[in-house]
Design a binder for this molecule. Structure first.
Ligand code: ADP
Length: 922
């Protein structure tokens, strides 16, 4: 009944929990209502209408045979699509959902990227379990992240894997911040799978069922088990047969890796550009020939290592390939014919591999001895890790599988049931069937001639189609003279079609033989496919070896093209780069190389220079050279000595995030907070402006306190670009801080420089943000009054900047305001250095005669008073006045601004209360 059909559709869809339902109705899968409209729109399907239960519904359909590509396209766009098949049960049509295709469980993908399904569990304390699974290759890994920053590290791990679908566990689901970050930073579908699947007992049971071993034996914690078990449960629940390809689970240790958080990966544009269409590190250095090689290289870039042994081996391999260009090119050429055998094996296991896939497995296996010979024959490569890749492969097993696959026809048809898949000579019964079949076909090949001769027709056509079977066709003009035995079956415009008994008999024989042959070939094909599935581990190993070789070749090719050198991995804390370049910028412009030197005694560089002079490029370059060295790549420099770091942390100018519509200063402080908490004395920190998002005084105070903290407490290698020239004086006092100045080639552009100095120093901006942004709304609870001018310090506190930094920033701020001077705190003892910074003159004075810092401050401040003061506030106002485009500013706007400037200029540091009350309302 048509009235029930749409109701049935909605019922099935609601039960499935999927976004869309494709429901079989005879030879079509149909979508109804909103589903039809969405599918019609996204896949360009024709939408028709159907009446059901007195209402009209939109309807879109695809033929049963063509469902796969449509479903694939929908899943790749992030939809979960349920498929309901129909079957005949004693004359009744019964429909039921047989599978749900989701972004993370889609086997049919032909995207080259890894397709990760990630599952995240949390124990309610501070341990996160993360499991990631790529059903297209059967890779399955899990880990535990614990500690105070576990949530942030889990997000970084997620960002690194870039999953297409994420399953948050029950506790994770109620963590709005975590979910918001996932939504913001990942392009993944969030799926709420049943809560019970994350329960430790059930999750563990699932894993034992799937892998045979107790999950503890591979080193999984209880939270990792919860995440992994839920992932397996989910893959099974979708029912696409993907589960069979997941045969091994591996625990991995994120601590073997360099911490590179999501922000840093974005700032360094490792795999994603900051601006649409921009270049990335991966895009620049990727010359891989295969999709598996590209996936591996991308993975390496997103997970730099701290394991010297592994890195040295990668450097050795690149070195060797760099040394033999001819062999390298030969290898690349051979690899260009390699197929993704890991994915093919996965499809063989799930039973979805077609003849073409097996054929390409055969072709890829044939490459192994060829590649081995090339490598073994090269003196450069014979003893390199590239050769070791192949030495570990079971070449006898590869040869066996390959010769077994020789049975496949070279040009197999797409269909699996109609023969043509298997070569002659592999199956006697099949060969006999084929011989009979061919003999039978001969009857039809000679039929035309025979019928012409026998009956004197001028023209006879013998044909075959689905409805009529075999027939003979005679021109209409001669239809009168057909023999008695001819039985007419169809009249065409100019011809008549006939069959006769002998033809029928032959036809039956041929159909019978074809069916038998098809069955026999299909059986043989299934055996081959099962053999491939049985050797999934072997194919996995071959796939990984080829991918690794591809990645090495790509690194060597890029090193050769750009003149990169092998970095020396040092045991001590050092970063010594000679004639370094930025890996991406150097391919776009004539790059001016520069040097960098950091060690324990010189570990903090304050980088100054006009805007657009290359500060940010210089600092990123340091981070990227370090990252590349710890990926196993050569680096863009004449020489580089790199002491391995445990983390790379960056934060870049607040201006870049204005477009995001968040409170930029809050974001800036959150990032700073994260860095100050996470960095260690083995980390590399790149700060591109800190404190710009707020008023001048507290901006300086925060930057000041952060510098001291990084220098005195954290001890990380740090590069800090700042427009606060006041800070550069710190270098004289803090023993390990040095100033570097980026010299400009050509004329410095003063206008550009002045422009940026003023952009963020308007004081009303933060409170506007405060009102409009959820992240800082509880600023409203702060009492107006004396503390108002330290807005920035409060935000820093709210953002979680470590207490000593907040306290110190408050102290610096107070001293700057009240006494216009502050002494730097630093040195090994942590005792105050006997120097004051005089805000009046903008300089430091050494005060050797006065061991008491406070005395010195008092003197210094009273010396200068306010005569000739270079108040940063006044400087900012002056800059704004210079910058104001008169022609483009309305009189009213100008009046407002002048009023604002007067307020700011009239505001003596000790007259805070009055002035700031006004600002708050303004
Ligand atoms: P800043 O951080 O000082 O504002 P950037 O690092 O953004 O400056 O660099 C400004 C421009 O100069 C960019 O377009 C960058 O590509 C280019 N650049 C930077 N450093 C170099 C260099 N060493 N050689 C050539 N071009 C450079």
């Amino acid at each position: 009944m048509s009235s029930g059909i749409v109701a049935e559709f909605f019922e099935l869809k609601a039960d499935s929990g999927a976004d869309l339902l494709a429901m079989q109705m005879g030879d079509f899968y149909e979508f109804f209502g909103e589903d039809a409209e969405l599918v019609g729109e996204e896949l360009d399907l024709k939408i028709s209408e159907r009446s059901s239960g007195g209402e009209r519904y939109a309807m879109a359909g695809v033929p049963v045979d063509e469902l796969t590509p449509y479903i694939k396209a929908l899943a790749e766009r992030g939809h979960r699509v349920a498929v309901a098949d129909q079957r005949d049960e004693d004359g009744d049509i019964v429909r039921e959902v047989v599978r749900i295709v989701t972004p993370g469980t889609l086997l049919e993908t032909d995207r080259s990227d890894a397709q990760y399904l990630a599952s995240v569990a949390c124990d309610g304390e501070d341990a996160y379990g993360l499991a990631v699974c790529d059903v297209t290759t059967g890779r399955f890994r899990a880990t535990t992240l614990s500690g105070g920053d576990a949530a942030a590290r889990t997000l970084s791990e997620l960002y690194r894997f870039d999953p297409v679908e994420v399953l948050p566990g029950p506790r994770v689901r109620s963590d709005d911040d975590f979910l918001a970050s996932v939504r913001e930073e990942l392009n993944a579908r969030l799926t709420l799978h049943e809560t019970e699947a994350f329960a430790p007992g059930r999750a563990r049971h699932r894993l034992v069922e799937q892998f045979g071993d107790a999950p503890e034996s591979v080193g999984l914690s209880e939270t990792a088990v919860a995440a992994a078990g839920a992932a397996i449960d989910y893959v099974e629940a979708t029912g696409v047969g993907a589960l069979a390809s997941i045969t091994r689970i591996g625990a991995y240790e994120p601590d073997d890796h360099v911490a590179v958080d999501a922000t840093t990966q974005r700032n360094l544009e490792v795999t994603e550009p900051m601006t649409p269409g921009g270049r990335t590190l991966f895009g620049t250095i990727d010359h891989t020939e295969t999709s598996a090689g590209g996936r591996l290289l991308r993975e390496w870039l997103t997970r730099p290592l701290r394991r010297a042994g592994t890195l040295e081996a990668r450097h050795d391999a690149v070195d060797a390939l760099l040394g033999d260009a001819l062999v390298r090119e030969g290898i690349a050429e051979a690899l260009s014919g390699a197929y993704d055998v890991e994915r093919a094996a996965s499809r063989a296991v799930s039973g979805s591999a077609d003849a073409d896939a097996l054929l390409r497995v055969r072709e890829t296996l044939a490459l192994v001895p060829d590649l081995y010979e090339r490598i073994d024959g090269s003196p450069e490569l014979a003893d390199s890790p590239a050769a070791a890749l192949f030495a570990e492969l079971d070449r006898a097993a590869i040869a066996d599988l390959r010769s077994e696959l020789e049975a496949l026809a070279d040009d197999p048809p797409k269909t699996l049931h109609e023969g043509g898949l298997i070569e002659r000579g592999y199956d006697e019964t099949l060969d006999e069937l084929v011989a009979h079949h061919e003999a039978a076909l001969e009857f039809f090949e000679t039929l035309e001639e025979r019928e012409k001769r026998r009956h004197g027709f001028s023209r006879v056509t013998v044909g075959r189609n689905k409805t009529d079977g075999y027939y003979v066709q005679i021109p209409k003009s001669e239809a009168g003279s057909v023999p008695e035995e001819y039985e007419g079956i169809k009249t065409l415009k100019n011809a008549e079609r006939y069959v006769f008994e002998a033809l029928r008999e032959k036809e039956r024989e041929i159909f019978r033989l074809e069916e038998k042959r098809g069955e026999r070939e299909y059986e043989a094909f299934c055996r081959l496919r099962a053999s491939v599935a049985d050797r999934a581990d072997l194919l996995g190993a071959v796939g990984r070896a080829l991918a690794e070789l591809d990645a090495y070749c790509s690194l060597a090719t890029h090193a050769a093209r750009q003149g990169w050198t092998r970095p020396e991995l040092a045991d001590e804390r050092v970063l010594d780069i000679e004639a370094g370049r930025h890996p991406v910028v150097e391919t776009e412009t004539q790059f001016v190389p520069n040097d960098l030197y950091l060690d324990r005694e010189r570990r903090f560089l304050l980088v100054t220079g006009p805007n657009m002079s290359g500060k940010s490029t210089y600092m990123r370059q340091a981070a990227l050279v370090t990252l590349l060295a710890q990926v196993g790549s050569f680096v863009p420099a004449d020489s580089a000595r790199v002491g391995m770091v445990d983390g790379i942390y960056t934060r870049v100018g607040a201006l870049d995030e204005l477009a995001g519509g968040r409170s930029t200063f809050m974001v800036e402080m959150e990032e700073l907070s994260n860095i100050l908490h996470s960095a260690t004395d083995e980390s590399l920190v790149v700060l591109d402006e800190v404190g710009r998002g707020t008023a001048t005084y507290d901006g300086i105070s925060i930057a000041w306190a952060a510098t001291e903290y990084l220098h005195n407490e954290v001890g990380a290698f740090a590069l800090f670009a700042t427009h606060y020239h006041e800070l550069t004086s710190l270098a004289e006092e803090l023993p390990r801080v040095e100033n570097v100045h980026v010299a400009v080639a050509g004329e410095p552009n003063a206008a550009v420089e002045a422009g940026t100095e003023t952009e963020t120093s308007t004081e009303t901006e933060p409170s506007t943000d405060a009102a409009s942004n959820g992240g800082v709304t509880f600023l409203r609870t702060i009492e107006p009054g004396a503390t108002d001018r330290s807005y920035g310090v409060h935000v820093a506190d709210l953002a979680g900047v470590p207490a000593p930094v907040v306290d110190r920033a408050g102290e610096v701020l107070r001293r700057l305001r009240e006494e216009r001077a502050i002494e730097a705190r630093g040195g090994d003892s942590g005792a105050p250095v006997q120097t004051v910074f005089d805000l009046g003159s903008g300089e430091f004075h050494s005060d050797d005669g006065h061991p008491d810092g406070d005395d010195a401050v008092g003197e210094s401040a009273s010396d200068d008073g306010d005569a000739g003061a270079v108040d940063p506030e006044a400087a900012a106002v002056l800059d704004e006045i210079r910058e104001t485009a008169l022609a483009e500013t309305s009189p009213v706007e100008l009046m407002n601004r002048v009023g604002e400037w007067q307020r700011r200029l009239g505001e003596e540091p000790d007259a805070d209360d009055r002035a700031s009350g006004g600002e708050r309302n303004g």
